[in-house]
Design a protein around this ligand. Sequence first.
Ligand code: PHE
Length: 350
Amino acid sequence: MDVFERVTELIEEIGAAGATTPEEVEAFRIRYLGSKNILKPLMGEMRNIPNERKRDFGQLVNRAKQAAQDKYDALESALTQQEASQAGAELDLTAPGEPMPLGSRHPIALTMRRIVSIFERIGFAVAEGPEVEDDWHNFSAMNTPEDHPARDMQDTFYTAENMPAGPNNSAMLLRTHTSSVQARTMETQRPPIRIIAPGRVYRNETISARSHAQFHQVEGLYIAEKVSFADMKATLLHFAREMYGEETRIRLRPSYFPFTEPSAEMDIWWGLETEHDHRITKGTGWLEILGCGMVDPAVLQNCNIDPERYTGYAFGMGIERQAMLLYNITDIRLMFENDVRFLRQFASVL
Ligand code: PHE
């Protein structure tokens, strides 16, 4: 058989070739395109071809090479397509979807939102202040005497570079209460002022099941003309009933805060039915919920509000203890450990 015929036959063979498995496609590649492919020796025949036919022969062999390459490309892409559609066949489109893992709100956030929304519904606006605060807003503006024990290093975390060497209004500290937001708000807003300020506070206390060095408060402040103690009492009773139920009773006990006069602490009637009630109310049936009072005129003065014209009330309450009551949490430390087994229990609470 002459070499022209041989190559022509190979071209036909290539055109007719089929391969459906990866192994067959690879065998095709080795036979026609590999380093020892079947077309190579035919090129060696070139020297036996008469000069005038060399050109035709070269073109014919090139056609064979091109046919092999085209065929290989086609077989390859058919193979990948087939593999892809097989993978598709394994997908069960009727299977139920993978559930999206949902997080949960922290009990402190839940309690804080509940308190804030009760006051928002009666016209209080949310205000904020920094957690790293200066001595002025945390203490001095709030009429806290320079020798007040709360300023002591024992209770207050001061920032290291700013240790107070005696009274110093610009000493920096971690705020010990959200009352600092009262001072900040009164500095920048004119009465009527009606704000609620939720936030984190810090005190240098020994950490135990009952107390922690970081906790949360919600502060309230209302300043306008002719605001009375009776207004405060009505507002706080409304809060207690929204928070703990329509039948909730409150009592105000005289107390002392540097920034309010007169001052009081508010208890709610919890009851004395169970052993647990006895324990958490120390046998009295009453639970202390917040501190409050009429804003001391000296505080208004410090914040450039005319105490002759305006009066107001303020209150501050801790969040953790209320969260512990609402959700039956027995150890405050659980709320700062971020153990998902604890946090997951609040997944269904809105
Ligand atoms: N700042 C007080 C505290 O942390 C609470 C309080 C706020 C009392 C406002 C009266 C008025 O204990």
